[in-house]
Design a protein around this ligand. Structure first.
Ligand SMILES: *[C@@H]1O[C@H](CO)[C@@H](O)[C@H](O)[C@H]1NC(C)=O
Ligand SMILES: *[C@@H]1O[C@H](CO)[C@@H](O)[C@H](O)[C@H]1NC(C)=O
Ligand SMILES: *[C@@H]1O[C@H](CO)[C@@H](O)[C@H](O)[C@H]1NC(C)=O
Ligand SMILES: *[C@@H]1O[C@H](CO)[C@@H](O)[C@H](O)[C@H]1NC(C)=O
Ligand SMILES: *[C@@H]1O[C@H](CO)[C@@H](O)[C@H](O)[C@H]1NC(C)=O
Ligand SMILES: *[C@@H]1O[C@H](CO)[C@@H](O)[C@H](O)[C@H]1NC(C)=O
Ligand SMILES: *[C@@H]1O[C@H](CO)[C@@H](O)[C@H](O)[C@H]1NC(C)=O
Length: 369
């Protein structure tokens, strides 16, 4: 109890002394009056004097040492989101600070990056690279078939059909003989397949060879024409077909062969029809003339011609027939004569034996001619 009263007395005495003493001083900037002490104390680091008292530095400010008169603002590229701090931190990678007194650093925008801390701005992606996300510390290479020809790309552009890119900077049109098969985003143009072609640069698709044309190799700039003696009825072919025997073609690049007409023959598929020889006949599609069998001759009246029996044949057949009839007739006559003679002989014989030798005839032969 006595101690308490003593303390009260001391404080009261101090107040009296201060208020009446002329040497009572204000604490200087950066210090404050510690009431348990008569002297002035330095404000701790992270705080500063606000007239009579120490106050913590607000966010965006710092105080590195004790006894500071004022807090310092965070410089550009640095930030501090907490109060009463002794330092501001450099903005981390992927962020930047382009203002003072910054609490939070800004994230780098898409198309930019920062791989170093404490930056006041982000770096645009180099040509051929991109960054689609915010707050990144690097840009990525455009994938093949996509390009970025300027800095700061947030996306790489797809190469169009008929173009391709390897270098991530430019899409180059396909060379003749190649295409992208109608698709986008190619890194290399692909050679036209056999049977197709592309004559220009920048082909989206290769075209089929026309009927009567062909392309045996890939990467063709043009198709070849079918030779004479050949044909091709379909588009997109890698070869021509030979004309069938009996047909011909004397023009190039044809889709069909021509039938050898009746009355002609076509020994070669690559040359024109030849007149049928006189002693032969040639129906349509004859590769060679046909000869008639013996005793037949060509029928000249018909264009196609065919074999008809020779006049000699008619005569021969007629004579032969007549002779056969004559022979058969004479033979028959001869036989008939013989039989008749025999009968007469028998009758005379039987007459001479009569009457003693005569025997009854059971089945008398009345047969005769
Ligand atoms: C006042 O000073 C004393 C001794 O120097 C110290 O122990 C105390 O923490 C200080 N008080 C404040 C509020 O700073
Ligand atoms: C008080 O602050 C001043 C100014 O910064 C400094 O020179 C001094 O050493 C500090 N005193 C103590 C005890 O920290
Ligand atoms: C800083 O940021 C502001 C918008 O926040 C912008 O307008 C300005 O151009 C930026 N300055 C720099 C140097 O980046
Ligand atoms: C600075 O800003 C970044 C990004 O907003 C944040 O993550 C970081 O905590 C901040 N630093 C400080 C010390 O507050
Ligand atoms: C930052 O990026 C640049 C460009 O990509 C590179 O040259 C440099 O080495 C990188 N620095 C660090 C620390 O990663
Ligand atoms: C970049 O490419 C675009 C189209 O992708 C084109 O319009 C522009 O001219 C190109 N810029 C340069 C510098 O080549
Ligand atoms: C057709 O003509 C040839 C010669 O011109 C001749 O030898 C042949 O007998 C003729 N054929 C007929 C059936 O007239």
């Amino acid at each position: 109890m006595v101690k308490l009263w003593l303390n009260i007395l001391i404080v009261f005495t101090m107040i009296l002394t201060c208020s009446f003493a002329s040497d009572c001083i204000e604490c200087p900037a950066g210090t404050y009056s510690n009431h348990s002490d008569i002297s002035c104390s330095n404000c701790t680091a992270g705080s500063c004097t606000d007239t009579k008292d120490c106050v913590p530095c607000p966010p965006g400010f710092y105080s590195a040492d004790s006894g500071q008169e004022a807090c310092f603002e965070c410089e550009r590229g640095y930030n501090q989101s907490q109060p009463k701090k002794t330092e501001c931190k450099p903005c981390p990678v992927g962020t930047y600070g382009n203002k003072t007194q910054l609490l939070l650093c800004e994230l780098c925008n898409p198309g930019t990056y920062n791989n170093i801390t404490g930056q006041t701005e982000c770096v645009p992606c180099a040509k051929g690279k991109f960054q689609s996300q915010k707050g990144r510390n690097q840009c990525l290479d455009c994938i093949k078939g996509r390009v970025c020809n300027e800095t700061g790309c947030d996306v790489c552009t797809l190469c169009q059909a008929g173009e391709a890119s390897q270098n991530a900077l430019y899409c180059n049109p396909c060379m003749p003989g190649t295409s992208t098969s109608g698709k986008e985003g190619y890194s290399v143009c692909v050679g036209c397949s056999a049977g197709t072609f592309c004559s220009d640069i920048g082909c989206k698709v290769c075209d089929d060879c026309k009927k009567g044309e062909y392309s045996p190799y890939s990467s063709s700039k043009k198709c070849l024409k079918c030779n004479i003696g050949q044909y091709q009825p379909k588009v997109g072919s890698r070869e021509c077909l030979p004309c069938d025997p009996g047909k011909y073609q004397i023009a190039h690049a044809q889709s069909k062969c021509i039938n050898c007409p009746p009355g002609y023959f076509c020994p070669n598929t690559n040359s024109g029809p030849i007149d049928c020889p006189d002693n032969a006949y040639c129906p349509e599609n004859s590769a060679s003339p046909q000869t008639c069998q013996a005793l037949f001759v060509p029928n000249n009246a018909s264009l196609a011609r065919y074999c008809i029996p020779d006049t000699i044949l008619y005569v021969t057949v007629a004579i032969s027939l007549a002779m056969v009839i004559l022979i058969v007739a004479s033979l028959a006559f001869a036989i008939a004569c013989r039989i008749h003679k025999n009968k007469i002989l028998k009758i005379e014989e039987s007459k001479s034996l009569l009457p003693s030798m005569r025997k009854p005839v059971k089945n008398p032969d009345y047969q005769g001619l």
